[in-house]
Design a protein. Structure first.
Length: 467
């Protein structure tokens, strides 16, 4: 099987198994918005993000090292998994010791132990699932996604609807699902076999930590890029309901993230294991197809943003549609930046990942400070878009040192201008906006799908004829 077909095959398997868990974000939106008020949803969203902030700190970013070194045939799998397991346990013990300090962190003080458990179980699930993927057990990885979907739905209904535990029920549902997933993978994949502290190769552990530790601030900066807007909205507007609307609006662009994450799971495996002399050509073709797909999807979501919001949330959250277009633009450039991050992953240049993301995070905070007081919530959305755009441009320029990819600048500019036009037409509800949106979406589909089909035909069908 050639590398293109293998990439497509793995993507399909991941899509079948993990689509259900990814789409769960949208299936549960009506439940969340029905049982939680705007203020409660805004609060619990910030609590979860505090936990997400702690995740890379506790794990020392080692989950990134699990997939990179686990896929590399030059390293023993036992050394890789043992390093990950010990790193997470050590980090969690340090977190417990810091409890007297962390109890003063906003949104953490009243729920310290619950967020601690969330961090531990989320780290363990990531460790197990990424190691299983590194081992090549793609079907088991996909099956775990289905299990995670079923358990998350069950616990959300139990804790939020039956027991009516509110914010605590929201957190406990995630903890319970992660715990069951971790135990399932640990048992089925016999991961205990890969823990051997006495025979651990210290040099491998050190190399993994050298690679992973620079990704701690990288993860924090991505977190800042995602979350700075929400905390600053809460601070400047003194209105948790506004933050709740913004948090809900962020869920719609997650459809693009859903597609991207499924693909990136398969792409990372192909990117690391491909050692051919045509790697740059491989990266170029895949990126151009990837860009076409996510830009076309974003265009369609902008067109139907009102409809999708009406279907997924209650009336109280309906005004959140106004923030969706610019957040979709942010998501597009976030996804493309993540793709270019795979170049740094292949080359083990994690420090460059950190630097580019850090610049974007700093710009994001500064722009939010300027734009939120002037333009309100959409000022935050536009600031986030600009910060992700800058990260993408920086990586586009820098990664060419390692991977001389061709980016087709004309198509990039065309897609960006089209999406910006759609966004402002929708936000300001320009007279006859439906007509203009339909025309622009048709242009996006025509331009990108024809290019996409030409690439697929060239790669797959030409190879089939020469086979």
């Amino acid at each position: 099987m050639n590398k293109y077909r293998k990439l497509i095959s793995n993507t399909v398997i991941f899509a079948i198994g993990t689509f259900s868990s990814k789409v769960l974000v949208f299936l549960l939106m009506p439940l969340y918005t029905a049982v939680l008020t705007e203020a409660q949803y805004g609060t619990v969203d910030l609590m979860v993000q505090v936990g997400n902030f702690l995740l890379p700190l506790v794990s020392c970013g080692i989950v990134n090292g699990i997939i990179r070194f686990g896929l590399d045939k030059h390293y023993r799998k036992t050394d890789v998994f043992t390093t990950g397991f010990l790193t997470i346990l050590t980090g969690f013990c340090i977190l417990l010791l810091l409890e007297p300090i962390l109890v003063h962190v906003p949104y953490l003080n009243e729920n310290t132990m619950m967020i601690y458990i969330f961090v531990l179980m989320s780290s363990m699930r990531s460790l197990c699932s990424q190691f299983v993927r590194a081992k090549g057990y793609v079907k088991l990885y996909a099956l775990d996604g289905i299990l995670s979907t079923a358990t998350t739905i069950f616990f959300n209904v139990l804790y939020l609807v039956v027991l009516k535990w509110g914010i605590n029920g929201y957190m406990l549902a995630m903890i319970s699902a992660d715990t069951i997933s971790s135990l399932f993978l640990f048992y089925i994949a016999n991961l205990g076999h890969y823990i051997n502290v006495r025979k651990l190769d210290v040099s491998t552990a050190k190399e993994m930590l050298r690679y992973s530790i620079p990704l701690i601030p990288n993860s924090i900066f991505w977190w800042i890029n995602n979350m700075a807007s929400r905390f600053l909205i809460a601070a400047f507007m003194d209105d948790t309901s506004a933050n709740g609307l913004f948090a809900v609006a962020y869920k719609i662009p997650t459809i693009i993230v859903l597609m991207s994450n499924i693909f990136m799971d398969a792409w990372q495996m192909s990117a690391v294991t491909d050692e051919s002399n045509k790697r740059a050509q491989f990266f170029t073709r895949v990126f151009l197809c990837y860009q076409s797909l996510i830009c076309t999807a974003a265009s369609g979501l902008i067109l139907f943003s009102k409809v999708v919001t009406k279907i997924l949330v209650t009336d109280a959250f309906y005004p959140s549609w106004k923030y969706i277009p610019l957040l979709l633009l942010s998501t597009i450039f976030s996804c493309m930046s993540t793709f270019l991050g795979s170049v740094y992953m292949v080359e083990k240049k994690s420090m460059l990942n950190f630097i580019t993301t850090g610049i974007g995070a700093a710009i994001n905070v500064l722009l939010n400070l300027v734009m939120i007081p002037i333009f309100g919530v959409n000022g935050a959305a536009f600031a986030t878009f600009l910060s992700y755009l800058i990260v993408f441009v920086l990586r586009m320029i820098d990664t060419r040192r390692f991977m001389p990819m061709r980016f087709n600048g004309g198509r990039l500019v065309f897609n960006t201008v089209l999406l910006l036009a759609q966004s402002f037409i929708m936000i300001f509800e320009v007279k006859g906006w439906i007509f203009f949106e339909l025309i622009l979406t048709a242009l996006m589909v025509t331009a990108n799908m024809s290019a996409l089909w030409a690439t697929v035909r060239q790669v797959l069908f030409k190879r089939r004829r020469t086979a």
